[in-house]
Design a protein around this ligand. Structure first.
Ligand code: FES
Ligand code: FES
Length: 216
């Protein structure tokens, strides 16, 4: 997947481009804002107070990332979540990731950051700088759905559908890494996704049909 060009050094202009160095220097402060990948959450050390040398980002900042393989720029306040950047601030809004709880409990906002599932509502957009972001919009190729998407339809894996993009992204990430995943592994991969309509049996039936190879 093509990455955007290396970021420029931050300037003092009104819309500074965020450099990786600037971002890393500010990471202590960012971590204190609750930005953690779901995988990291399980192993996270207490983040503690921001580092004394943490640089405070003053907005707006320009964030560059590969969105579904396309070099993308968005200018946002440093406090903007990735979910809001995707849904509201892009020139072409990407609304596939859903805003449901907006507090890291339901998984409806799940996207893949460098192929790892994360809660986009709990991730600052600046975290995506220089990285790859994949959303549910990037899965199908024209009218050609992925196996996970096809099986979600065939297995009747949705009712209201608000949770569906999140489950699809979590199962996609799991099956890309482990195409022969067991049902337990699929359930583990989706442990951060909630379905209020209770379609879990159908969701995992879909995932297992892909894992068993019948739907590839
Ligand atoms: S909207 Fe992000 S976890 Fe619920
Ligand atoms: S289908 Fe309604 S929340 Fe899952």
């Amino acid at each position: 997947m093509k990455r955007p060009p290396r970021p420029q050094a931050r300037t003092s202009e009104a819309s500074p481009t965020l450099s990786r160095r600037t971002f890393l220097k500010g990471a202590g402060g960012v971590a204190a804002s609750g930005v953690l990948a779901r995988e990291a959450l399980a192993n996270a050390e207490p983040s503690g107070p921001p580092r004394a040398d943490a640089e405070v980002l003053e907005g707006p900042v320009e964030v560059e990332f590969a969105l579904n393989g396309v070099a993308t720029k968005v200018t946002v306040e440093p406090r903007t979540t990735l979910l809001n950047a995707l849904r509201v601030h892009l020139e072409t809004p990407h609304t596939g990731a859903k805003e449901v709880c907006d507090r890291g409990t339901c998984g409806a906002c799940t996207v893949l950051l460098d192929d790892e599932p994360i809660y986009a509502c709990m991730t600052l957009a600046v975290r995506a700088h220089g990285r790859s972001v994949r959303t549910v919009e990037g899965l199908a190729s024209g009218d050609e759905l992925t196996a996970v998407q096809r099986e979600m339809v065939a297995s009747d894996g949705m009712m209201c559908g608000f949770c569906t993009p999140g489950f699809v992204m979590s199962m996609t990430a799991c099956l890309e890494k482990n195409p022969d995943a067991t049902e337990q592994e699929l359930r583990e991969a989706c442990r951060g996704n909630l379905c209020r309509c209770g379609t879990y049996p159908h969701v995992f039936e879909a995932g297992m049909r892909v894992a068993r190879g019948g739907a590839r």
